[in-house]
Design a protein around this ligand. Sequence first.
Ligand code: AN7
Length: 402
Amino acid sequence: MYRLVCVECGESFPPDEILYQCTRCGHLLAVEYDLETIDVDLAAWKRRPLSVWRYREILPVSIEPVSLQEGGTPLYHLSRIGEEIGVPHLYAKHEGMNPTGSFKDRGMTVGVSMALQLGRTSVACASTGNTSASLAAYAAKAGIPAVVLLPAGKVALGKVAQALMHGARVLSIRGNFDKALEMVHELCLSHGLYLLNSVNPFRLEGQKTIGFEALDQLGEVPDRMVLPVGNAGNISAVYKGFTELMTLGRMDRIPMMTGIQASGSSPVVRAIHEGLPEVIPDANPETVATAIRIGAPVNAEKALAAIRKTGGTAESVTDGEILSMQRDLARKEGIGVEPASAASVAGVKRLRDMGAIDRDEKIVCVVTGHLLKDPETVIRQCEPPLEIDADLPSLLSALQRS
Ligand code: AN7
């Protein structure tokens, strides 16, 4: 039904082998289906609820999945912001509306299900926060232990709270995410834990359903898909899913895949702008959007191909632009997202200002995580509530003052 294939040398491996890279050349692996022989009933998809599992024929899981009812997230028309920045057909797919508040749940329902399917009894990841929150919850649902490694002091409060509350073994390392990923990868290889970072090709299979849902909700192929980029897994996953729908004859063109990074952490943007064959890592990435504070994106080779093959682009936005768009989404559209998520929409504004996006493009931005993930960054931007005496005159005088 499917096999693992190296994206570089094309070597293929059986589906039940536990591998995170090609044993021949060390490059990334991807799941490849026999799309000609799989019976994908597109009409059946329409009858099922919008969710990751609507698309189960092109997912690798054959057991009863470990599910918290992920996917089926809203697609909002950003009418005010779109009008303001000069792209009236602007939409946001709010992945913060998943069970643990980020798109990672799509990956984890598939990834943790695969852990069980492959007979593994413990799971692990490194994380800038959301992956750990999601893995902790799905491991709890599966009834297996999870180990998560975080960069000390650089993970938003809500995400740490989730990982702890769902019962993961949470360790903070004195180092950044890239180092944490290196360590957890070694731990998994030497001690048999199942690695659920995005080097795991099965996790990305779940995440490709963001694109499938967006298509089903929009009722047509958007011209452009815009995603915040950290480890570059999500943009690669959505692109891969689209290539499968093309093969199935469900799409006739693929949207321009567009990746947005924070200016203090933007190796993919530099590689695109300078036409480099691969990214040059940032040794010390820094941004208020801690979710995408990643200097050595492990899926870069997949993401560069996705962007280049679709005529897309990559751009960076400053922390100021990110926070300003986070406020605009909250106040002009009623959509609460964390800073990394606002980067995608801030990127559209920047690209439109540069003249790189046409006014009539239909654009879907993926907003990846919920506002409540990072309450501290929100509070820092807002005036604190005014404390007053508990009587009506005090209330009236306070309201007149502001
Ligand atoms: C809100 O949790 O890498 O480019 O360890 O949490 O697929 O990495 C999070 C990434 C965007 C970037 N938006 O996605 C982690 C982690 C949010 C995120 C990204 C992340 P990728």
